[in-house]
Design a protein around this ligand. Structure first.
Ligand code: ZN
Length: 414
């Protein structure tokens, strides 16, 4: 069996060994490894989550890499199950096919294509589509639905194989893969081989500046190994003869960027001023410097102290406190803020998560009706990005005197 976790010594974007630890985040179990009752005797290890800054190119990343087979091969996430995502990808496909004049039969390759939801939109518009994804069940579903998909990781070698069998691609897409993949240099190299002369590569990832400004440190978990900003990415693309020529900001996952990449030599697409504006802004605010992250680290610890002081005082008064949310970000927040022993159980409205147990510390996940049934005094909204809808959906709890604790970005009790 391959090792569960390895320590990476080199930067994921530029291969430099000049890496500095800048943000300490407590070790946690694999964030989405919620278990069934019959698995409660299985141990779930904790793995480091610290963030490192590459002093060479400014890329922020996790140094510890959990074996991707443990994270992605049995991935039970199907895009088509999430109405919001299905809609997002339909609009996304409409946007890019109306912005660029792809021809009937042009090849579109998606890296990390899951169950083919996005590719099927492109196929409908007349493109020839091919997906690549390691998650076996999602790949089977994609192939059944008519989006041809290879069950593997995308690499430089695979790109060459795809070109030999299908020719070059007019469009390569990667959504979130750029945050998930350990071998970014190899992937970028493969993308360069795959793109035709004027082909474009489009990817969407969370934006580092939003992660910092909006305290989204709980989006740091083991599936996520890179936290991107434009400056280090542009340098990595340049080394392969590619460049980001346009950027669109959106609100997905609390703040994301959609980047458009072309060959530097291609004159078909014009580089937009917005790219240089992003880079200037990042340099100006020090998004590639240790000082900004050391302060970020301190700010997070200060917020943690405020939350723990409040919760410990309430516990001392004998209050019953639970957590709201059973997602990946909740795992990071629970471990980093040391709430693992302080919450009685979790509640979540997602039926798939109900009656499962949180990774490692095994808090049971119950329906939110249990807040009232069990006379809970306080619920910490762990999924704090959704505080508004959660409070709106739980008026019955508030009407009975229950209180909500919103831990971030500012601690509030409502
Ligand atoms: Zn680097």
């Amino acid at each position: 069996m391959t090792e569960a976790v390895i320590k990476k010594e080199n930067c994921r974007l530029c291969n430099s060994e000049n890496m500095l630890l800048v943000v300490n985040i407590n070790p946690s179990p694999i964030a989405d490894a919620y278990v069934k009752k019959e698995q409660l005797n299985e141990t779930q290890d904790l793995y480091p989550l610290d963030l490192y800054l590459c002093k060479e190119c400014g890329h922020i990343q996790n140094a510890y890499v959990v074996n991707p087979d443990l994270l992605f091969r049995d991935y039970t996430f199907f895009t088509s199950n999430f109405k919001g995502l299905v809609e997002h990808f339909k609009i996304y496909a409409d946007d890019i096919t109306s912005s660029f004049d792809f021809k009937e039969g042009n090849l579109a390759v998606e890296i990390g294509s899951n169950d083919g939801t996005f590719l099927l939109n492109l196929k409908e518009k007349g493109m020839k589509v091919l997906g690549v994804d390691p998650a076996i069940d999602a790949v089977n579903l994609a192939n059944e639905r008519g989006a041809k998909t290879l069950p593997d990781y995308f690499t430089d070698d695979m790109a060459q194989k795809i070109v030999a069998e299908n020719g070059k691609a007019a469009l390569v897409i990667a959504n979130n893969v750029f945050a998930h993949s350990d071998n970014l240099i190899d992937i970028i190299s493969g993308i360069e081989k795959l793109l035709d002369k004027d082909g474009i590569f489009i990817f969407e990832v969370s934006y580092l500046a939003d992660i910092v400004d909006r305290f989204l440190f709980d989006t740091v978990y083991h599936e996520h190994v890179s936290y991107h900003s434009i400056n280090p990415l542009q340098k990595a693309f340049a080394r392969k003869g590619l460049e980001i020529f346009d950027i669109i900001r959106n609100k997905s996952k609390g703040g994301s960027i959609r980047c458009f990449v072309k060959r530097t030599s291609s004159e078909k697409h014009t580089t937009q001023p917005v790219v240089q504006e992003y880079i200037q802004n990042e340099i100006q605010r020090g998004l590639d410097k240790k000082e900004l992250f050391l302060k970020y680290n301190d700010d997070i610890l200060q917020k943690k102290k405020e939350v723990l002081t409040l919760i410990d005082q309430l516990l001392a008064e004998g209050k019953k406190i639970v957590g709201y949310g059973a997602s990946t970000t909740v795992t990071t927040l629970m471990w980093h803020f040391e709430l693992t022993e302080r919450l009685m159980f979790l509640v979540d409205d997602n039926k798939i998560k109900q009656y499962l147990f949180s990774p490692n510390n095994h808090l049971e996940v119950l329906p939110s009706s249990e807040l009232v049934n069990r006379n809970i005094d306080y619920v910490v909204i762990m999924a704090w990005n959704y505080a508004e809808p959660i409070m709106a959906n739980n008026k019955a709890f508030a009407d009975k005197g229950g209180k909500f604790i919103i831990p971030l970005p500012e601690l509030k009790v409502i």
